[in-house]
Design a protein around this ligand. Structure first.
Ligand SMILES: Cc1ncc(COP(=O)(O)O)c(C=O)c1O
Length: 454
């Protein structure tokens, strides 16, 4: 669970470098009326956000109105793959708005056709159909529906189990939370659908057994027969730790799904569109899932999400039976098209790979210095720094929170820690970040750890 940030301003050391400027107390005293309005008017659940009131954001930097400037390690929340406030995206959004076509569902539009064919053109076979939605949670709900539909039609009602992973996050709607693997987030569900089961994620840190036999054993221990499994859904990397599964495990999982009539779904809401150093995260595994879900970085800005998949699966439901009011909103489509063009034209997966290699080698160096860092995971421009009680794997959420606050006060912006016990400091800058800003921001992280634990 997120901790609450204090709203009492405190003195912090001024910072002035090429990429960072901090010139006020923190939180900024002048921002308090805005922060207090939010606290008074929004639910408590919204209070886990660092108290930085954004004014504008460009490239990999975020600015407030009071002269402060951060290197952004959040990308919003893994949204701005092509960079914040890109002129090309602004122009596309303005052009579309000025055409006075602000919405048109449920009718066709040219821009929706352009976007779905653009996305389809990037997908490996046999993924060929694209269904646009608005949020990542919606895409997960849709993927679950498709898994169960194909199982029901082909094999009958007994084949209905959706297998997912411990510690997974797939969204906050009823189905996506049942597929999630964080018990504290789903107490409220009370009457669980027995067709959702979670098994250990083979991250090699908290689950030491990364063999595929672990998958089969976990299902057996849960009393689930392979013939009952309708689908396996996994985050391509776990959002809470940035951990990937071993390639061999995934290849065996791919075969297992094929052999057992189950669909494999990669939830790429975080991993898609260049984040991990490849266009799609599943490329690291040398596999193609049956379905994949996208959101966040697909547009670098406005709310748009997509389910993609094999035509035979995507076409299971008849005309008019998979709808959502804001599907293919023309302004969101314009933003997504412009963003995808930038990701491709500027080879941002390549930048993510190159700068990500520097980021990860720097983080490994920092890890060697501090026993409080249990593990550094991730690929490309996503990393999870797991704070632990030294000598154990027990997450240290308090330390992660302090590190997060300290980095923000020094001009490196992060969203609040994630993962088990809130112990993971998550690093996910826009994919346009350069080497110098990457090195500078890791130095800030190192300095923050040193001040807090040395
Ligand atoms: C892997 C993954 N799936 C699904 C979601 C849900 O997306 P949304 O918040 O857009 O509903 C998220 C959001 O963080 C996510 O990281």
């Amino acid at each position: 669970m997120s901790r609450e940030y204090a709203l009492e301003p405190r003195k912090v050391a001024p910072v002035q470098t090429e990429y960072r400027t901090i010139v006020t107390d923190f939180p900024v005293p002048e921002s308090l009326p805005i922060l207090r309005t939010l606290r008074e008017t929004e639910p408590v659940a919204m209070q886990g956000q660092p108290p930085v009131v954004w004014d504008r954001a460009e490239g990999f930097q975020v600015y407030d109105r009071w002269g402060n400037r951060w290197i952004d390690w959040s990308s919003g929340v893994l949204i701005t793959n092509a960079g914040h406030g890109r002129q090309e995206i602004v122009d596309a959004v303005v052009r579309q708005a000025q055409s006075h076509l602000l919405t048109n569902y449920c009718f066709p539009s040219e821009i929706r056709a352009s976007l779905v064919s653009r996305i389809a053109g990037l997908l490996p076979a046999p993924l060929e159909k694209v269904f646009l939605l608005t949020t990542g949670s919606e895409t997960v709900e849709c993927a679950i529906k498709l898994c169960r539909t194909q199982a029901l039609r082909k094999y009958g009602r007994e084949k209905n189990v959706i297998v997912s992973y411990d510690k997974a996050f797939h969204g906050r709607t009823l189905g996506s939370q049942q597929a999630g693997g964080i018990p504290a987030l789903k107490d409220w569900i009370v009457n669980f659908d027995p067709g959702f089961v979670q098994i250990p994620f083979p991250d090699g840190f908290r689950t030491e057994d990364t063999s595929f036999e672990g998958f089969e054993r976990a299902l057996k221990d849960l009393g689930v027969q392979p013939s009952q499994v309708a689908g396996v859904i996994m985050e391509t990397y776990q959002g809470g730790s940035a951990a990937f599964a071993p390639k061999e495990y995934m290849q065996k999982l791919r075969d297992w799904c094929t052999n057992n009539g189950a669909l494999l779904v990669c939830d790429e809401v975080q991993a898609g569109f260049g984040r991990t150093g490849t266009m799609f995260g599943f490329e690291h595994y040398g596999i193609v899932p049956d379905l994949a879900t996208f959101g966040k970085g697909i547009s670098s800005s406005l709310p748009l999400a997509a389910v993609v998949g094999r035509a035979d699966i995507m076409d299971l439901h008849p005309p008019g039976s998979m709808t959502s009011t804001h599907t293919g909103n023309p302004i969101c489509c314009a933003a997504a098209l412009a963003s995808i063009d930038l990701v491709v034209k500027e080879d941002l997966p390549g930048n993510s790979r190159r700068i990500g290699a520097i980021l990860h080698s720097e983080l490994k160096r920092v890890q060697k210095r501090f026993p409080q860092i249990g593990c550094v995971d991730g690929k490309g421009l996503v990393a999870g720094v797991a704070c632990v009680k030294p000598g154990t794997k027990e997450p240290d959420g308090d330390l992660a929170f302090k590190v997060n606050e300290r980095c923000i006060e020094k001009g490196v912006l992060l969203f609040s820690p994630v993962g088990l016990g809130g112990g993971t400091v998550k690093i996910c800058p826009p994919l346009v970040i350069n080497e110098a800003a990457t090195r500078e921001s890791v130095a800030v992280l190192e300095e923050s750890f040193a001040e807090l634990v040395d």
